[in-house]
Design a protein around this ligand. Structure first.
Ligand SMILES: [Mg+2]
Length: 419
């Protein structure tokens, strides 16, 4: 049930990484800056609003950003500061209510229905949050308030930069209809283009199109969900008990035909990131899932549940490789892939492993066998070497070769961290 007042808030720091850089170095304030990349190469991770005005965006090659905005200043990221300042902003939200669901480093939902008697109506709470984050943390944050999570998120995007938008109960349709469909949850550039090809640009236009027209265009599931959202149906509650029940990592690829070595290098890198994070927390998981995205929007997922939980990098790589190829081969020889993702679920705590009797067969995927124990030992030494000498000090060979994405390792970790 949606709440009665506009008591679901979505708070989202503005151009977070770039704003942090401008906070740390006052000479960057008011200027177009890009975090990451350079005028000759690499990838821009984030842009300040001054740079966005020139069309500079996160994910863009540095040379292109420099061409769009000749006065652009490139800065390196301060990854520890992002974590510290993101946490500080979320702590302000937790002063308002314990009902905070953090969804990424710089954004969260709040349900303030229990706080209005203390602080006043949602618009007063939203203004207070914005003022406090600005004064105490030093960063601009936008807030949207509505009866549903989806609409609160749309409202905070409309409020950007540095604003507050409250969608009063009863005015939801009026608010949504003139907005571009791209603001709806889950409408990416591909979907947006397909809708635009049909002359559908606004939420209001989408709402008038019968489901029988939209669904063949977008697939039944997406079409159905979108039609619910355009009619402002969204039963999701603010979930404060979010805990990581899976650990995962993904890597977007430039569209390509899959090759054995290439796929192995990418999966090895992903498995390394996932397995390392499991081991850091003394966790291991039994179910391995691989997702493959194909050019043209298709996606396939494969899972395998092992008899024993695993946290060994090599084992995870091998399982992921089998799963990925099963999905790729089913798709046919012409398939092109654009993303690979690996995750592990059914997690349990694993501090020690019961060694098995040294009898054949010696399955290396089972952590208790001799080859399984050897894998654990190698991972253990690698984790210790990295703790001392840095993340790039050692690694599995295919993963080291496959790391040409141009995105710093620290940045990936920040994006994947369990909050
Ligand atoms: Mg943000």
């Amino acid at each position: 049930m949606p709440s009665e007042g506009a008591t679901i808030l979505h708070a989202d720091l503005d151009a977070f990484y770039a704003s942090v850089e401008q906070l740390l170095d006052p000479s960057l304030r008011g200027r177009p800056i890009a975090v990451g990349g350079s005028a000759t190469g690499g990838v821009v991770l984030a842009a300040s609003y001054e740079a966005k005005a020139f069309g500079v965006q996160g994910g863009m090659p540095g040379w292109r950003a420099a061409r769009l905005c000749p006065r652009l200043t490139f800065v390196r990221g301060h990854f520890r500061e992002y974590q510290r300042l993101g946490d500080a902003a979320i702590a302000v939200l937790r002063d308002v209510t314990p009902a905070v669901e953090r969804i990424s480093i710089d954004e969260a939902f709040l349900d303030v229905s229990g706080s209005t008697h203390l602080f006043g109506p949602p618009e007063v709470i939203g203004a207070m949050i914005r003022r406090r984050v600005r004064e105490e943390v030093g960063l601009p944050i936008s807030v949207g308030a509505a009866r549903t999570k989806h609409l609160a998120k749309v409202a905070s995007q409309v409020a950007k930069p540095d604003g507050l938008v409250v969608v009063r109960p009863g005015t939801e349709r009026e608010f949504l209809e003139p907005l571009p469909v791209g603001l709806l949850w889950g409408v990416g550039p591909v979907t947006q283009q397909r809708l635009a090809d049909q002359g559908i640009h606004t939420v209001g236009q989408l709402a008038q199109v019968p489901g029988s027209v939209v669904e063949p265009l977008l697939g039944t599931a997406v079409g159905h969900r979108l039609s619910a959202l355009t009619h402002d149906e969204d039963p999701r509650r603010v979930d404060t008990s979010r805990r990581a029940r899976t650990v995962g990592a993904q890597s977007a690829l430039s569209r390509r035909r899959p090759e054995r070595d290439d796929v192995r290098a990418t999966l090895s890198h992903l498995a390394d990131r996932v397995a390392r994070r499991l081991r850091e927390k003394d966790l291991a998981g039994r179910t391995v899932t691989v997702a493959v995205r194909f050019a043209g929007d298709g996606r396939a997922t494969r899972s395998w549940t092992l008899t024993q939980p695993v946290a060994a990098t090599l084992t995870l790589t091998e399982v992921a490789e089998r799963l990925a190829w099963s999905a790729i081969e089913e798709r046919g020889p012409a398939a092109e892939i654009t993303l690979l993702a690996v995750s592990v679920s059914h997690l349990t705590t694993q501090r020690t492993v019961q060694l098995e009797l040294d009898l054949p067969p010696q399955d290396p995927w089972r952590p208790g066998t001799a080859p399984g124990a050897a894998r654990r030992a190698v991972d253990g030494s690698m984790d210790r070497a990295r703790a001392r000498f840095g993340r790039d000090a050692v690694g599995y060979l295919p993963a080291l070769l496959g790391r040409a994405g141009g995105v710093p390792e620290e940045f990936r970790e920040l994006a994947e961290r369990d909050l």
